[in-house]
Design a protein around this ligand. Structure first.
Ligand SMILES: Cc1cc2nc3c(=O)[nH]c(=O)nc-3n(C[C@H](O)[C@H](O)[C@H](O)COP(=O)(O)OP(=O)(O)OC[C@H]3O[C@@H](n4cnc5c(N)ncnc54)[C@H](O)[C@@H]3O)c2cc1C
Length: 419
């Protein structure tokens, strides 16, 4: 079959590789550079985390929200001008995390997507000749005190129920493992089977180059719609003309909503905007990617420097970035790694803003479209799209190819929002 993949972030790129593995001719449509700065896949925190199974919303979180919103250095912000538009999404988001049974259901749905994430990515990256970008280093969660960990014990219990394993580290053990970290952190958890990608943009770019080397095409344009006759897909419409095809995959990240709606699926996709700051040639950095519990961010040493990524800003796709959010990340890193200079020159910090494609229930949409089963939805991976990219690509290819799926796709059914 000829399959058009719309979007060349990690989801589209991994899906394209898997479609070729199944013997299909593949055309990728992407207006920017594959893995370029327009994509969330470029600027994320680089975590290939097998333990990221919890939804973003959790019981009790809403009592913390007013405090976060009031705190100018907090991890969450909502642009007031965008609030009316975002209220329906926020309401569903709140409901999705309103009790632990719902959180458990989400964790069971997400675990197959992220389990052994570094191993699955390593295989893909090796095929594309960039296996050295993938590291199974573990992921390190650091807490000021053991009591701070215990305050989130239920969420760790749910991780354990889903097969996530970790080691507990006391202050001495943490110091020995990561001497760069400030001594105010006295407790840590090491999830050994997690990892990171040292340069996600370069990784995605290499996957797409690999697809092209295998005979796939990359067309620099934007998908605008579909030609469907008698329920069968005939072509994807673009400003450059119709691209005739048998099947298509929507993998346009946070910009997938309009395409989904054209196919009868009312997916409430929102952008959770996030930021990063990359400190070049850092004097001090962790060897293992770190998540400080008091920062809601990740710190990862990458090919370009120490990347601090995080923040959630609800402000829509078009508002200008607020670089203050990236400065908050940089400043937190200065407090986490005392070996970094206080007077870091501005030209050593590169900032970026991007769009997490987020469903309100933190579960991606992977499944056939209601109006035409020849089109497969494949987006909405929120905070875990890099980690879950390899397994998502495999599942999406199974659905396109009509093979028995690698794992149960029912939790990801995009039609769950149609009722
Ligand atoms: C600050 C931040 C930190 C993060 N940290 C992590 C992390 O550590 N680990 C993790 O697993 N995840 C993380 N994420 C989430 C992760 O980056 C995303 O879930 C993932 O990159 C989404 O991939 P995607 O391919 O769906 O979308 P994208 O990477 O955004 O790619 C979509 C592509 O589609 C293209 N496109 C858009 N519209 C069209 C169209 N109409 N036609 C054709 N092409 C189109 C775009 O140009 C873009 O290149 C983070 C995200 C952010 C913002």
């Amino acid at each position: 079959m000829h399959v058009v993949v719309i979007g060349a972030g990690i989801i589209g790129a991994a899906t394209a590789v898997e479609l070729q593995r199944d013997g299909h001719a593949v055309t990728l449509i992407e207006p920017g550079d594959p893995g370029g700065e327009q994509a969330a896949s470029y600027g994320n925190g680089c975590w290939l985390s097998s333990s990221s199974v919890l939804p973003v919303a959790s019981p009790g979180m809403w009592s913390k929200v007013p405090g976060w919103l009031a705190d100018p250095l907090g991890p969450l912000t909502i642009r007031w001008s965008y609030l009316p538009k975002s209220i329906p999404w926020l309401r569903r988001f709140m409901t999705a995390g309103s009790n632990w049974d719902k959180v458990r259901r989400t964790a069971r749905a997400l675990r197959p997507l992220v389990q052994d994430s570094p191993l699955h990515h390593k295989k893909l990256a090796d095929e594309a000749g960039v296996g050295d970008l993938i590291h199974r280093s573990g992921n390190l969660y650091i807490f000021p005190t053991r009591a701070d960990y215990e305050a989130s014990a239920e969420s760790w219990k749910i991780r354990a129920e889903n097969g996530v394993k970790w080691l507990e580290l006391n202050a001495d053990e943490l110091r020995q493992l990561e001497p760069s970290i400030d001594r105010r952190y006295t407790f840590a958890l090491l999830v050994e089977d997690g990892g990171y990608c040292a340069d996600p943009g370069a990784y995605v770019s290499a996957l797409v180059t690999h697809v092209q080397a295998q005979g796939g095409k990359l067309i620099r344009t934007t998908a605008e719609g579909f030609d469907i006759e008698s329920g069968r897909l005939k072509a994807v419409r673009t400003p450059a003309g119709r691209i005739a095809c048998d099947k298509a995959v929507i993998a346009a990240g946070a910009r997938s909503r309009a395409l989904a709606h054209m196919l009868g699926d009312r997916v409430p996709l929102e952008t959770e905007r996030g930021y990063h700051a990359v400190i070049s040639n850092p004097e001090s950095f962790p060897r293992i990617p770190v998540m400080p519990s008091d920062g809601k961010m990740v710190n990862t040493m990458t090919a370009h420097g120490l990347r601090i990524a995080g923040q959630v800003e609800i402000a829509g796709l078009d508002a200008a970035p607020n670089w203050k959010r990236a400065e908050i990340l940089r400043d937190h890193a200065l407090r986490t790694y005392p070996g970094l200079p206080r007077d870091l020159p501005a030209d050593r910090v590169k900032v970026w803003m991007g769009h997490r494609p987020s469903t309100p229930d933190s579960i991606p949409c992977i499944g056939p479209a209601t109006a035409c089963a020849d089109v497969v939805h494949c987006y909405g991976h929120g905070h875990i799209g890099l980690a879950s990219g390899a397994r998502t690509g495999r599942l999406a290819a199974d659905l396109v190819s009509g093979k028995p799926p690698a794992f149960d796709p029912s939790p990801y059914n995009p039609a769950r929002f149609n009722g």
